[in-house]
Design a binder for this molecule. Structure first.
Ligand SMILES: CC(C)(COP(=O)(O)OP(=O)(O)OC[C@H]1O[C@@H](n2cnc3c(N)ncnc32)[C@H](O)[C@@H]1O)[C@@H](O)C(=O)NCCC(=O)NCCS
Ligand SMILES: Nc1ncnc2c1ncn2[C@@H]1O[C@H](COP(=O)(O)OP(=O)(O)OP(=O)(O)O)[C@@H](O)[C@H]1O
Length: 196
């Protein structure tokens, strides 16, 4: 059987680290963040709607949306985040579904979707895989990777379903509190199991 596997986690919990490893083993991984970047890029299907709502102040000199500015708005205001979600998510879903249908014909497909449970997309997956870390580690890694202050990191974390809830709802859990190698070992075990 070919599985559609939803890979999720919290911000900076290690989804991309897991995805990169899974890709290196030859499996296709579709990344919702990449589709969202396409949808919001200049000329993308959500671009004009974002400018109409949030204003042209958001634009950089090259006409692209300043993601840090938009992030500062939406990660501190639930209703503004909801507006952005409604502009971007249908486009992401449409593009991703097309690619998923095509790839699922020839083997397992992984969908890396940060908001998998928030948006009920777990229902379209045969298995769900959550990359879990404790909140202290998550904040540390997020601050380090993005150069965020503690409060910037926390506002992003608080924009998502608690990671412990995702872990509990998931059919499989990858514990990423240890080293990257420890994460890769767990992925290896999982890949062996789905090939059986
Ligand atoms: C607000 C934006 C411009 C900030 O861009 P930035 O480059 O700083 O972050 P990036 O896109 O790399 O996202 C990083 C992480 O933030 C989290 N995140 C992003 N958007 C959201 C959201 N709407 N709600 C909760 N968490 C989110 C995810 O864990 C994601 O992996 C951007 O995240 C965006 O356009 N978000 C709306 C689209 C979306 O929901 N994307 C997430 C998956 S579809
Ligand atoms: N086990 C680990 N040990 C140390 N650092 C790690 C580990 N796993 C991931 N990291 C680092 O933590 C940061 C976040 O990881 P990653 O980018 O994979 O998370 P993500 O869940 O994809 O984030 P986002 O939600 O923002 O897309 C990166 O800088 C990554 O190199």
């Amino acid at each position: 059987m070919n599985y559609v596997i939803g890979l999720t986690g919290g911000i900076a919990s290690g989804k991309s680290t897991a995805s990169d490893y899974i890709r290196s083993k030859g499996y296709p991984v579709l990344d919702a963040d990449t589709y969202a970047k396409k949808a919001t890029a200049k000329g993308g299907p959500a671009y004009q709607g974002i400018i109409d709502h949030f204003g042209a102040d958001l634009l950089q000199d090259d006409g692209e949306i300043d993601r840090r500015k938009l992030g500062a708005i939406v990660f501190n205001d639930t209703s503004e985040r909801e507006v952005l979600n409604q502009l971007v998510h249908p486009e992401v879903r449409r593009m991703m579904d097309e690619d998923k249908e095509r790839l699922a014909e020839s083997g397992h497909v992984f969908l890396d979707i940060p908001l998998l449970f928030e948006n009920g997309l777990d229902r379209q997956c045969d298995l769900t895989l959550t990359v879990y870390v404790d909140q202290e580690t998550q904040i540390e890694r997020l601050m380090e990777r993005n150069g965020f202050s503690h409060s910037e990191a926390l506002s992003r974390i608080n924009s998502q379903m608690p990671l412990s809830e995702k872990r509990d709802r998931s059919t499989e859990v990858l514990d990423n509190r240890g080293s990257k190698d420890a994460l890769y070992d767990q992925i290896e075990d999982f890949l062996v199991r789905i090939e059986k």
